[in-house]
Design a protein around this ligand. Structure first.
Ligand SMILES: [Zn+2]
Length: 367
């Protein structure tokens, strides 16, 4: 372990050491009459020293008496304050460190002495995500490739149509008439040769189709809107396989996304039985997201990019656990006119037959 200070400024104020943290901006004040902490912070900002070397350098710097255990205690406090990360070698190649440098800076905010920024990136590099549908989800595909998700399976039966080009920017006018999966895979390969991409040109026409399509996935992005029953099929297969999935849609004045964390959150069937129980009260809202209303796709480019951005970030939560998922067993709804968001949690049905099929999973994965 090589402790290093995250982006921060500091100054002395009498007997105090004031540390200004960059993200989120906040001030931490520590009593430091003798100046030991200030010197330690300087050494941590320089970085490159394991604990024993830090102790030696700190002991040599002042009139104070201290040993490695004193330094360890101070590091523990700094770590709890979110000031440190471990800068020891992380196994990424130079190419990866350059390519994913902004990802690593992003994860540095959530890193600690126990978890290096590259450890989060490694989770993405090792992840296998299945996209059931690469229509609107093609925007999430691009985000996932930028993140460096290492393995992708693209499933779709649609051909590129002129009307898709209002929101599906992976496709070009010259692609009209070609299978979306074919063109999307070409895009991925041209974008990043390190990503393994597999295509399945297949219509999901029954529940028996889904298990093979999601096999081996760490996460599924469910982007199939037809037939409506596909939402149930995907739910049932993912829950039984213990694979989390994220889904969402935009209709009219709102967009919404949600996810199911098998065995940990309510599933789509729980939501359906809740809806049936509260028919009338919830139906008007929920119907919009299920496509029961006369079909009219009003999703413009910004709506889909916004939705897929939110979904992609939720996928990063699932894959890296930099934070807990925010949409497990609930709708996250954004009102497009006001920009305001709200959420609606589903009740978990105690005797849900689908939730009962979820395999036992550890309390937290990906950590
Ligand atoms: Zn359920």
């Amino acid at each position: 372990m090589i402790p290093k200070l995250k982006h921060a400024l500091w100054e002395r104020a009498g007997a105090d050491l004031r540390i200004l943290v960059e993200d989120p901006v906040e001030e931490i004040v520590l009593g430091d009459e003798a100046g030991q902490l200030e010197r330690l912070v300087e050494l941590l900002a320089e970085g490159g020293r394991p604990v024993a070397e830090l102790a030696t350098a700190l002991a040599a710097a002042g009139p104070w008496e201290l040993d490695a255990s004193d330094v360890e205690k101070a590091l523990e406090v700094f770590d709890q304050l979110g000031l440190l990360f471990d800068a020891s070698p992380d196994g990424l190649t130079e190419w990866q460190r350059e390519r994913y440098s902004s990802n690593l800076e992003f994860f540095a905010t959530y890193a600690s002495l126990a978890r290096r920024p590259a450890d989060f990136q490694r989770e993405l590099l090792d992840a296998h995500v299945v996209l059931l549908g690469v229509g609107g989800a093609s925007a999430a595909l691009q985000a996932l490739c930028g993140l460096g998700v290492g393995r992708l399976r693209l499933v779709d039966f649609d051909l590129v149509e002129s009307k898709n080009l209002v929101r599906q920017f992976t496709y070009r006018a010259e692609d009209i008439g070609r299978p979306k999966v074919e063109r999307a895979a070409e895009w991925v390969r041209a974008f990043n040769q390190e990503i393994a991409v597999e295509t399945v040109f297949q219509r999901v026409s029954g529940p028996e189709d889904v298990p093979a399509l999601i096999a081996g996935a760490d996460l599924v992005l469910a982007g199939i809107d037809q037939p409506v029953a596909a939402a149930d099929w995907v739910n049932d297969a993912c829950v039984a396989a213990g694979i989390p999935y994220v889904s969402g849609g935009g209709q009219g004045s709102q967009l919404a996304y949600w996810s199911v964390d098998p065995g940990r959150s309510a599933c789509w069937r729980c939501q359906s039985s809740e809806k049936a129980a509260k028919a009338g009260e919830l139906a008007a809202l929920v119907n919009r997201f299920e496509g029961d209303l006369p079909s009219a796709n009003r999703s413009t480019g910004p709506v889909v990019l916004h939705l897929m951005g939110l979904i992609s970030l939720e996928i990063v939560r699932y894959l890296t656990r930099f934070a807990e998922p925010v949409s497990a067993g609930r709708y996250h709804i954004v009102d497009l006119a006001s920009g305001q968001s709200s959420e609606r949690e589903w009740e978990r049905v105690a005797d849900c037959p689908v939730c009962a099929t979820a395999p036992a999973r550890s309390a937290v994965e990906g950590g």
